[in-house]
Design a protein around this ligand. Sequence first.
Ligand code: HEM
Length: 486
Amino acid sequence: MFILILLFILSCAYYVYFRQNRKPLYKFSQSLPNTGYLPILGHTHWFLGGPERVLNNIQHLANLVEDSGGISKVWIGPSLYIVSLNPEDVQKILENCLQKDSSYRFLQNWLGNGLFVAPVDLWKAHRKVLLPVFHNRIIDDYIDVFGEQGDVLVERLRDRLDKPKFDVFKYITSCMLDIVFETAMGEKMDVQHNPDTPYLRARNTVISIIGMRLFKAWMQPDVLFNLTPYSKLQKENIDLTHKFTDEVVRKKRILFEENCYEQKLGRRDLLELLLDRETKFTDEELRDHIDSITIAGNDTTALVISYALLLLGCHPEEQEKVYLELKGIFKESSRCPTKEDLNKMEYLERVIKETMRFYTVVPIIGRQTQKELKLSTCTVPAGVGCAVLPFAMHRSKRIWGPDADTFNPDRFLPEASAKRHPCSYIPFSYGARNCIGRHFGMVAMKSILANVLRSYKITSSTCSRLKIEILLFPVLGHMITIEKRH
Ligand code: HEM
């Protein structure tokens, strides 16, 4: 009995201390509109349910935020977030808050201190070293790989000619995996012909456990997660993926130390380039960076390509314009796209940009204030989460006009883009911690789409049911049918 009373008193004391310590946070919270807030629960109930329901709730919350003046608060358990759909505020957040939100910690067991999740100080030092490795000149050397793998994809899709509709995503994601593995670590995996290996299964298992944990409030504390069977499963599969990359890094380092690169002509993969930088990374740091790059670069690009096919399949006029542009560039040639060819694909580039507006594959970006941040209508104290919702901003009628829900690639004509605030369109985020692979992604997506759309005519129906599983997925898949172009 005495112990129970003591525990009760200690808990009360801790609670008072906890509240007292966070007084500035509560004061700040009271100054913001109470959109969708319930006493005690805060907004936690908005994040319960499956991935489709959670996305719809977030969209609904975003509409409320927009109606209440563009800035609001969200309490998830004990964590306070501000949400803003205002491009000016979003610019301030993305320029000033370089620390990722605490929810990214679920990725840390896997990606360690890779760029994607690294704490700010380490990130600053490492981003400087990685930037030159993603230079346009280096990406130019990978254009042949994009073309070769695009050809394999076209060949594989032949099986689906004139057959019932099918989910194109699994074909595209295998193609992108082959591209990122070859360019990032020089591994020719041939996933397109061997999609089911223990390594890939392990990778998918880890991604789905982390995705599930992000939106299941009760799985978030480590003590509770460690009681579930998922904890062991996650550890086993992370170990398996680490073993794979460790082995690649080990072999590359031996070659590097034997000076084999000096005799190596032509293209170098990203890992070789990183080994050759003046700043020497440890094997573990190299593994973290390479794993982060292959994970950040694969499903993102594969999703945009699949969504572009889906959209063109139900917008035949726009698809015809892309086809005519490609016909004008390639004439009767079936060569892989060269750098010059890709530079000429202006309409296709607008289609890709509009696809990333319409279906924003990284729907949420989470940051944290480390010091006070002055926004248009309030000053956010240190230690507050900042949720940026590109997927909601990209469909905002206030930003894009009354036809925001219409697919129109010409929104991205240079004169139309110049009139918009730079943060009204942020598929690759914005500021110093934006996507380091955006040029890589853009060139790869153009090359793959050019190969597929030259060969096949796509048909599809619209897709409106979406879900959030870290990235934005269609509930019913990317279903299309294809017929041969003559
Ligand atoms: C359509 C394709 C892509 C999209 C939409 C995309 C989007 C993004 C976004 C929004 C971020 C910031 C995330 C955040 O702050 O939470 C990001 C970061 C990152 N992306 Fe991409 N990405 C794409 C392709 C790629 C590719 C192809 C690579 C590599 C080959 C890549 C590597 C990275 C890395 C390493 C980061 C972390 C950067 C840092 O924190 O400094 N991404 N990406």
